[in-house]
Design a protein around this ligand. Structure first.
Ligand code: 4AD
Ligand code: MG
Length: 446
C-alpha cells in the first residue's frame, strides 16, 4: 500500500509510489490525457491521468474543488517542462472523496478577477481557496511565528491579556461597549496597560491579541477588529525603544525572507521587495509639518466645508497627508515627538518641551502608520494630572496607577497592526486582504 504523504512533503518520495488527498485546484482535460493540479494547503501537485483513468473522470463529474484520493508514482518532470515542486504524480488509481457543484454553482462560475470586490468578500470562505488569498495567509502565519521567535531571542515573554475590559486606552470614542452582568464593559482597544502591569513580574512582555475600534473609518487601513502585536519594555529610554522596534521589524523581515517557501511567496506578491535599510529615518513631528508645507500638502479639516490650509504646529497629520509624505520619502520613517494634546493620557512628556511627547509612529511606504508607541509616564503625580487633563475618572484605573506606586520604572512600548505590516510586506491595496475574515464598519460576515 502506497504511503500517505502531504503535498508539501513529497520531495523525498520521488521515484516511489505515494497516496495523496486534496482539492482539485485546476483541471485540463484532453482526449488522451488529463492534467489536474491538486491542492492540500501544504502545496500544489500536478497529477497526470492517462488511458482508462481518463475515461472514468467524466462519469464522476470531476470539476474544480472536488476532493479526491490518488495513488501513483511520483516522477521528476521531464526537462523543459515545469510543475510545482518540479515533480508530477502519474496516477494509477483515483477515487472521488467529495463532489462539488457543476453549472452555475460551480466554483469557477462564482467569481473571477473582474468580479466586484464585495462578491469575493461575501464568499470569503471560498475566496480563501484561491492562490493569492492563501499566499497572504501563509505569509501572515510566517510573520506571526517570526515575531514570536525574535521576541524569544530577545527575552520578551508572551502573555495573553483579556479582551473584555473596563478601561479605555486610546479614548472613549472608539470603544465597543456592551452589558457585562449589569456593568458596562468594552472590547479592548489595546492591551498596553495590562502589559505594563506585567513588567515587575515577568520582565519585558509582548502579546498578540485582537483589538477592537468602533471607528466609522472606511479607509484602506482601518478595521473594526485587527490583530495587535504589542510589547512593553522596562528600564529603557526613548532611543532604546526605537532601536528595539527597528531590530524587531528588520529581524522579522529577514527571517520571513529566509524561509524558502514563504520568502518566495513574498517576492511573488511584492516583486522586487527589499528589506528595509537601517537605521530608519528619524523625523521630528515639527520637521514633518515643515515638510508638508514645503510640498504643498494641505491640512484638511474634518468638516469638508472648511477650505484646506497649510499645516500648523499642533495639527494632527491626517492619513492622506501622512501617506503622501511617506510615499515621497519612500523609506521607513520614525515620526517622533507628537504634541501632547493629540495623544493619550499615559504618554511621557519631553523634558524641557512639555507640550510634546516621547512618542513615535513607524510609517511605511504604501501604508503609512504601522506602529504607534511611546515612553510612558512613570511618575504617579504626573499620571494623576494626565487623567484629570483628559477627563478620565482615575478609580477604574487603580491597578494601572499602582504600577507607579509599587516600584516605578522608566518604561515604554508600542503596538504594531499586523494587517498593516502585512499590507506593507506583501504590497496590498488594503488591510482587508490581510485578515482571515475581514471586520470593518458594517461588515461582519462570514
Ligand atoms: O496607534 P495605536 O492606536 O496605539 C495604541 O493602541 C497603543 N496603546 C499601542 C501601544 O503602545 N501598546 O495603535 C497601534 C497600531 C497602529 O499603529 C496601527 O498599526 C494599528 O495598531 N491600528 C489599526 N489597524 C487596523 N485598523 C485600525 N482601526 C487600527 N487602529 C490602530
Ligand atoms: Mg496611532
Amino acid at each position: 500500500r502506497a504511503e500517505k504523504v502531504k503535498i508539501g512533503h513529497l520531495e523525498p518520495h520521488r521515484g516511489s509510489r505515494v497516496r495523496v488527498f486534496g482539492w482539485v485546484h485546476r483541471l485540463r482535460v484532453q482526449s488522451q490525457m488529463t492534467f489536474i493540479t491538486l491542492r492540500d494547503g501544504t502545496g500544489y501537485l500536478q497529477l497526470v491521468l492517462t488511458g482508462d483513468l481518463v475515461k472514468t473522470l467524466d462519469a464522476f463529474d470531476l470539476v474544480t474543488e472536488c476532493t479526491i484520493e490518488v495513488t501513483g508514482e511520483l516522477k521528476q518532470v521531464p526537462e523543459g517542462k515545469t510543475a510545482p515542486g518540479g515533480h508530477e504524480l502519474v496516477a494509477d488509481w483515483w477515487r472521488m472523496v467529495g463532489k462539488a457543484p457543476t453549472g452555475v454553482d460551480a466554483y469557477a462560475s462564482l467569481f473571477n478577477e473582474k468580479s466586484d470586490l464585495s462578491v469575493r468578500q461575501n464568499l470569503r470562505h471560498l475566496d480563501l481557496r484561491a492562490e493569492t488569498p492563501a499566499a497572504i495567509m501563509k505569509v501572515r502565519a510566517a510573520v506571526l511565528s517570526a515575531f514570536r521567535a525574535v521576541y524569544a531571542k530577545h527575552t520578551v515573554m508572551e502573555v495573553t491579556p483579556p479582551c473584555i475590559v473596563q478601561t479605555s486606552v486610546e479614548g472613549g470614542s472608539s470603544l465597543f461597549k456592551f452589558d457585562y452582568y449589569g456593568q458596562e464593559a468594552y472590547l479592548t482597544q489595546s492591551s498596553q496597560l495590562y502589559l505594563e502591569t506585567c513588567l515587575p513580574s515577568l520582565g519585558d512582555v509582548f502579546c498578540v491579541q485582537e483589538s477592537f475600534r468602533a471607528e466609522n473609518s472606511h479607509t484602506r487601513r482601518h478595521l473594526a477588529e485587527y490583530t495587535h502585536l504589542e510589547a512593553e519594555l522596562a528600564f529603557i529610554d526613548f532611543k532604546d525603544l526605537m532601536d528595539h522596534i527597528e531590530t524587531m521589524i528588520c529581524e522579522v523581515v529577514d527571517m520571513v525572507l529566509a524561509d524558502p517557501v514563504v520568502g518566495k511567496l513574498v517576492q511573488e506578491l511584492n516583486p522586487g521587495f527589499q528589506p528595509p535599510a537601517r537605521p530608519f529615518k528619524r523625523l521630528d513631528y515639527k520637521d514633518a509639518i515643515a515638510f508638508l508645507n514645503e510640498h504643498d500638502i494641505l491640512f484638511q479639516d474634518d468638516d469638508p466645508a472648511v477650505a484646506p490650509r497649510p499645516h500648523q504646529i499642533g495639527d494632527d497629520i491626517a492619513e492622506a497627508a501622512e501617506r503622501k509624505m511617506t510615499d515621497m520619502l519612500n523609506v521607513p520613517i520614525f515620526l517622533m515627538n507628537f504634541p501632547k494634546h493629540l495623544k493619550s493620557f499615559y504618554m511621557k512628556k519631553i523634558e524641557g518641551d512639555e507640550e510634546f511627547t516621547e512618542s513615535v509612529d513607524v510609517l511605511m511606504p504604501n501604508v503609512g502608520e504601522i506602529v504607534g508607541g511611546s515612553m510612558r509616564i512613570s511618575d504617579i503625580d504626573e499620571l494623576m494630572e494626565g487623567y484629570k487633563r483628559e477627563g478620565i475618572p482615575a478609580d477604574p484605573y487603580y491597578w494601572f496607577t499602582d504600577q507607579r506606586k509599587y516600584g516605578t520604572s522608566e518604561h515604554g512600548g508600542y503596538g504594531l497592526g499586523v494587517e498593516r505590516f502585512l499590507a506593507w510586506l506583501t504590497n496590498r491595496w488594503t488591510v482587508r486582504e490581510c485578515q482571515l475574515y475581514g471586520r470593518w464598519p458594517g461588515h461582519a460576515a462570514p
